[in-house]
Design a protein around this ligand. Structure first.
Ligand code: PMT
Length: 404
């Protein structure tokens, strides 16, 4: 029996888990699993097959998940609200527990005959099945063949366990215990890809003082930088988050260094050496040359501010020796690819992520294109949390190639 370590469980914080239930006596254990997932900080949406509803009511699962339960594929109202494509897009992980032999057979052969199979077919996230069935059904050659098909399609199998079954048989086919399933879910997000690496991330806006009560700044909310920090932590890195003012909650297990101006941010970056440096912050390019010591009083019709260039933090770190693997971001309103590639070259970066400024500033979702010398890839629109995991996976892959 696996034990739930608090460290592993923090990886479920704010993760979106779609819990699918098939018919079977083990369906009652899904209620406890749902409670544990919600308790670990996950957002849970439940999809139930007709068979599952014979064993446990949608009301029970609604009460435990705190969300309406989804049951119908061809319900116009449900499709208008959160249809199967939306549900599939929403999920960070799909877990079907219990997964019946019938469900495995339909999924293995690409059927989308109900909501749960349709969501699984339309998935963008990892899919795990926790099988539960009679031991003879599990061992049957057809089920084993379906298992092979599913595994070759990348479907994860959580269990089954072996032991006494509700029907009186003894053998493989028991649903894993809810605490074990919880642990396995948490492990999907803790990749270890950056284990042993120190990652410094800048995030949010900077504020450049005009006088003691006014400043120049921009619309960065910090959401992208904080999501990247959370994903790097999830991947096992030691993370220092050097952040301008945002008001966002600090990701668990990350060292926050709060800063205000670009000069503060540069000083903080220089005093935190890293293996990987990721500059997500929207740093003010200019600061007021001489901020007023007292509040500027309204008098003349025009006020002229004398601005001077701020140092480029990313270019400074990329020019240091020894230098970390350097990743930049570019938010542009036009010529996105050209400007991003130019920044990659001129700042001597290992990689840059280009995003549309209007669509990205302040929003919870975005799409992004990564460029590196000799390559590029685009991630379609998705939540910043999901995007950050994919960016961190790419950074980990590219930085290890560069190391080698
Ligand atoms: O915070 P959100 O609301 O979630 O929005 C996210 C974001 C749009 C701010 C983010 O995804 C993003 O694109 N950040 C970079 C913003 C930008 O366009 O920066 P830039 O083009 O001015 O600079 C290019 C790169 O150099 C960036 O990595 C920037 O952090 C860095 N830079 C820029 C100027 C400077 N003085 N020092 C720097 O380090």
């Amino acid at each position: 029996m696996m034990t739930s370590t608090p460290t592993a469980l923090t990886t479920l914080q704010n993760k979106r888990v779609l819990l699918g239930l098939c018919g079977g006596i083990a369906a009652y254990k899904a209620a406890e699993l749902c409670r544990l997932l919600v308790g670990a900080g996950a957002e849970v949406q439940v999809v139930m097959t007709k068979g599952a509803q014979e064993f446990i009511t949608p009301l029970t699962m609604q009460a435990l998940s705190g969300q309406p339960v989804h049951t119908e594929l061809l319900d116009p109202a449900a499709e208008a609200a959160m249809g199967h494509i939306q549900l599939a897009r929403w999920a960070d992980l799909i877990l079907v527990a219990p997964a019946s032999a019938n469900f495995m057979a339909r999924l293995a052969h690409g059927e989308a005959s109900d909501l749960l199979t349709a969501v699984c077919l339309a998935r963008r996230s990892p899919l795990a099945l926790a099988p539960a069935m009679n031991q003879a059904m599990w061992s049957n050659a057809t089920t084993m063949a379906n298992l092979g098909l599913l595994e070759s399609a990348g479907v994860l199998m959580f269990g089954p366990a072996s032991g006494a079954q509700a029907c009186g048989d003894v053998g493989p086919g028991r649903l894993l215990e809810p605490s074990e399933l919880l642990q396995l879910c948490a492990m999907q997000f803790a990749t270890g890809a950056l284990a042993g690496k120190k990652v410094v991330i800048t995030a949010g806006p900077t504020r450049e003082a005009i006088d003691p009560v006014r400043y120049l700044s921009n619309h960065s909310s910090g959401k992208m930088g904080y999501a990247v920090a959370a994903a790097a932590i999830e991947a096992g890195a030691e993370v220092v988050l050097i952040s301008g003012p945002t008001g966002l909650p600090v990701p668990d297990r990350c060292q926050l260094v709060p800063v205000t101006s670009a000069l503060d941010m540069l000083a903080a970056c220089e005093s935190h050496p890293a293996d990987i440096f990721i500059a997500v912050a929207a740093v003010a390019d200019y600061r007021v040359a001489r901020p007023a010591a007292a509040k500027i009083k309204k008098s003349a019709e025009e006020l002229t501010l004398n601005l001077v260039r701020n140092p480029d933090i990313l270019a400074t770190i990329a020019g240091s020796k020894p230098r970390p693997f350097c990743v930049g971001f570019a938010a542009e309103t036009e010529h996105l690819a050209d400007y991003a590639k130019e920044k990659l070259r001129s700042k001597k970066l290992d990689m840059i992520f280009a995003n549309d400024a209007i669509a990205t500033f302040g929003n919870d979702a975005a799409s992004i294109t990564a460029y590196w010398p000799g390559g590029e890839t685009t991630f379609e629109p998705q939540s910043k949390a999901q995007l950050a995991r994919r960016m961190i996976a790419l950074i980990s892959q590219r930085s290890s190639t560069t190391d080698a």
